[in-house]
Design a protein around this ligand. Structure first.
Ligand code: NIG
Ligand code: FE
Length: 407
């Protein structure tokens, strides 16, 4: 057993509801608190001096200076396994070039597919681990990572194998997701439906056999996969035992409905979701995930997080870190900016990057500082937790703890 503290404030996020709006008055803040850790779990949270007197002869890890502590963050949507970069896409987009012009000059998702296919396993693993380290430095200790830049059996497996290998080199918890249905690759000979069937019959059985991922994602959009074929695909993947998530309503509405109907864990993006579908999402257990990094990367509107919360949806916020639409990777900056534009309370933002995003991944043992939860937390050198979002990402995490150990 180990006691860590004292912290000026311990923001526990205990007892907050999974869905709907939150006010900051609902936040439990323990002043001069401590965290008692047993193995990789939280044993008790309380006043530091009280905990110290109640537990004699235990290891004490003293926190110097004024620090606050929050549950570590969970990034439930990333594409951080990729080769190359798309700085030229970004520059062209900002110079007013269209999607088509960018694709024709060698950009777009297809260019990341080419670079990822060309990359060696060592290169992919190295850059993936560097990005994981950056996320950990922000206080993120659970990270979802998608495939989707391989788009054939060999290269999708290469990506997923590197994600699995990365897990052996990092203490952060990685949650792999198979996104072979990102786009029909240009070199596939057949229709969209043929390609989706190829994923079902050729890729997913291998993914299962090698235990590479138990979640499947699809990009439903005019430029990618159409609603009907996507729904069939999702139901087949589900029948194979995969959990589901969907890239939904990014530019055109309609697909968040499919995510809900298929029983997906989350519907992500939702920038274009219409009011009727907000109500539909709000009545489901499908988490509505805002990806402000994609809005910032593309200059598109933000996910209507305020409306979703008011309607009672479970709202998470994730980085969508990818080489094309969301190159920043700083979830704290993005969540803070989303809060400003969408008028979200601090409690709603913190919930969205902790226990609500954990729920989107089916993980209910993290994201709150409570007994028996995973002992993952992040400290900041400040006397007021509000400074974390107020500084819009420029207040760096002081220490990140994973499984009760300082990282
Ligand atoms: O989540 N929307 C589709 N997929 C990614 C972007 C992928 C890319 O541009 O490389 C996204 O934004
Ligand atoms: Fe994405």
């Amino acid at each position: 057993m180990k006691l860590i503290g004292p912290f000026r404030q311990v923001v526990t996020l205990a007892d907050l509801p999974l869905r709907g709006k939150l006010s900051d008055e609902q936040l439990e803040i323990i002043v001069d608190g401590g965290i008692l850790v047993h193995n990789d779990r939280i044993q008790q949270i309380g006043n530091y001096e009280v905990l110290k007197s109640e537990h004699q002869n235990i290891e004490i890890e003293t926190i110097e200076g004024e620090q606050i502590v929050l549950p570590a963050f969970v990034d439930s949507h990333t594409h951080i396994c990729f080769g190359g970069n798309r700085a030229n896409d970004f520059a062209m987009r900002n110079a007013g070039k269209t999607y088509l012009e960018i694709a024709e000059s060698g950009g777009g998702i297809w260019s990341s597919v080419q670079h990822t296919r060309e990359a060696s396993e060592e290169e992919l693993l190295k850059t993936l681990l560097e990005r994981i380290d950056f996320l950990i430095s922000l206080g993120i200790t659970t990270i979802e990572v998608k495939s989707g830049y391989g788009l054939d059996l060999e290269n999708e497996l290469k990506m997923l194998r590197m994600i699995k290998k990365a897990q052996q080199h990092t203490k952060a918890a990685l949650v792999p997701t198979c996104l072979s249905a990102h786009l029909k690759p240009r070199d596939f000979d057949g229709s969209n439906e043929d390609y989706l069937q190829y994923i079902i019959s050729e890729i997913l059985p291998k993914v299962k056999e090698e235990n590479l991922a138990d979640r499947v994602d699809i990009f439903i959009e005019k430029s990618a996969f159409q609603p009907e074929e996507s729904k069939n695909f999702l139901l087949k993947a589900k029948a194979l035992g995969f959990r589901l998530t969907v890239h939904a309503d990014q530019f055109t509405p309609g697909s968040s409905r499919i995510a809900v109907e298929a029983g997906a864990q989350s519907a992500d993006h939702l920038e274009a979701t219409i009011d009727e579908d907000i109500a539909f999402l709000a009545q489901s257990d499908t988490v509505a995930t805002a990806l402000p990094g994609a809005s910032l990367g593309l200059g598109e509107k933000f996910t209507p997080a305020r409306k979703l919360l008011d309607a009672g949806a479970i709202v998470a916020i994730a980085s969508d870190w990818n080489p094309g639409s969301a190159p920043m990777g700083n979830l704290i900056t993005q969540a803070s900016v989303l809060a400003t534009f969408e008028k979200l309370t601090t409690a709603e933002v913190l919930a969205g990057i902790t226990f609500r995003s954990a729920f989107a991944l089916g993980l209910e043992d993290r994201g709150r500082l409570e007994k028996n939860m995973k002992a993952d937390f992040v400290t900041f050198k400040t006397d007021n937790f509000q400074n974390v979002l107020y500084n819009q990402g420029s207040l760096k995490a002081e220490n990140v703890y994973i499984n009760g150990e300082k990282y």
